[in-house]
Design a protein around this ligand. Structure first.
Ligand SMILES: *Cc1c(COP(=O)(O)O)cnc(C)c1O
Length: 392
């Protein structure tokens, strides 16, 4: 089928909840995606931070295929090997104690909110259930995670929402103390707000919040759905901030392209979540866990050194491009602020025509390249961006 037919069928049968590009991709290899006519696109989106190892990495493809041919699913009523192996690796790498697996970022955050409320109610009684999140945050599209998302635009027309969520302006420590009426059970935050425009939190603010929470047994939940699994140059963005939260959520980059979410928690939080307290039919699916294991096994020290070297190269190059006024984010989670003469959405579309896939977040251009990118890939992307930005 050619692109025109693929796009026509998509328009007729897929619910129009996404503003899609008129681009039909059928195949990928490494950093490159190909459309139905065979045109190549250098991918600096990684499927919104998902394809950590690029398209069809040999180790990942082999691990997924082998698991699909051995045991694809059996339910959480029985013990399987891949989920516990993955959980062990995640705990060793993050210093957390226990893992719950779901299938997406939103589900991971739902699980985190449930675990935080359970912890608080068990210790302090019914009603200590208020959850504070940050203004401009993004935590998912389910009703509870929408309630947790501090952006009005996502709420309109979908209420009523689960209760007891409050939004704190990032950086405003006094807003936290004002919101704490004794019923606060958790503070949830992204260390770099992704959908909110690639905005990194101020370290002093983060530490002030963490210290305040610790002193009052309010749980700190860090949503690393986008920042986690090597994206920012460390396995967790928490490491940049020297932070040890009570709960960390992961998803996007974890499965290398398969749907998996994870709630990582301390032993103390895990203690409240006994049999029957939470679940997911597909959670811990062996094939998804095998994919995630291939991601973690590939992500060794040399791999992370490359992530950091490419991030530095990319950021240096971007800062020197015409019409770029600021480069935000951390590691390979990159926001690009443009001057008033350039619109991010138009630059994105022009890059696509020129064979480079990029994203936007709010008014910024956004880059989330696969973590396997080479020096030459960065140079190629910078050259296309320069060309596009120079054109009137
Ligand atoms: C993408 C994202 C989510 C939602 O993940 P889904 O897999 O789409 O449910 C939650 N939190 C953050 C920080 C995200 O970037």
């Amino acid at each position: 089928m050619n692109s025109e037919k693929l796009i026509k069928r998509d328009e007729k049968y897929i619910l129009h909840t996404y503003a899609r590009s008129p681009l039909a991709l059928v195949r990928g290899e490494g950093m490159t995606a190909y459309d139905a006519e065979g045109k190549a696109y250098l991918d600096f989106t990684s499927g919104i931070g998902v394809n950590s190892l690029g398209f069809c990495h040999p180790a990942w493809t082999a691990a997924v295929a082998a698991q699909a041919g051995a045991l694809q699913h059996i339910s959480n009523l029985y013990v399987t090997a891949p989920d516990a192996k993955l959980a062990k690796k995640l705990c060793k790498r993050t210093g957390m104690d226990k893992v719950f697996f779901g299938n997406s970022g939103a589900e991971a955050n739902e699980g985190a909110i449930k675990a935080a409320r359970k912890y608080s109610v068990d210790r302090y009684g019914e009603g200590r259930s208020k959850v504070a999140t940050l203004v401009n945050s993004f935590h998912g599209r389910t009703l509870a995670t929408l309630a947790a998302t501090g952006q009005e635009v996502f709420h309109k027309d979908f209420g009523p929402f689960p209760e007891n969520f409050v939004y704190l302006p990032a950086g405003d420590f006094d807003a936290l103390t004002a919101a704490d009426d004794g019923t606060l059970c958790a503070v949830v935050m992204e260390l770099v707000q992704g959908e909110g425009g690639v905005v990194a939190q101020d370290a002093d603010y983060v530490h002030a919040v963490a210290d305040y929470c610790k002193a009052r047994d309010i749980l700190l939940v860090v949503d690393e759905v986008q920042t986690g699994v090597g994206r920012t140059g460390t396995f967790l963005a928490c490491q940049h901030y020297g932070l040890k939260p009570d709960i960390v959520t992961l998803a996007k980059g974890l499965g290398g392209g398969l749907p998996i979410g994870a709630v990582l928690m301390t032993e103390a939080v895990a203690a409240g979540m006994g049999p029957g307290s939470h679940g997911s039919t597909f959670g811990g699916n062996p094939v998804c866990c095998a994919g995630a294991l291939a991601v973690l096994e590939t992500m060794d020290d040399a791999f992370m050194d490359n992530v950091n070297a490419r991030a530095a190269q990319l950021r240096r190059g971007l800062a020197a491009l015409p019409h770029v006024t600021a480069v935000s984010g951390l590691g390979l989670m990159v926001g690009i602020q443009l001057d008033d003469t350039r619109k991010a959405a138009e630059v994105r579309a022009a890059c696509e025509k020129a064979g480079l896939l990029v994203l936007t977040a709010k008014t910024r251009l956004r880059l989330l390249p696969p973590l396997i990118l080479s020096e030459a890939d960065v140079n190629a992307a910078l050259a296309i961006l320069k060309d596009v930005l120079e054109k009137d």
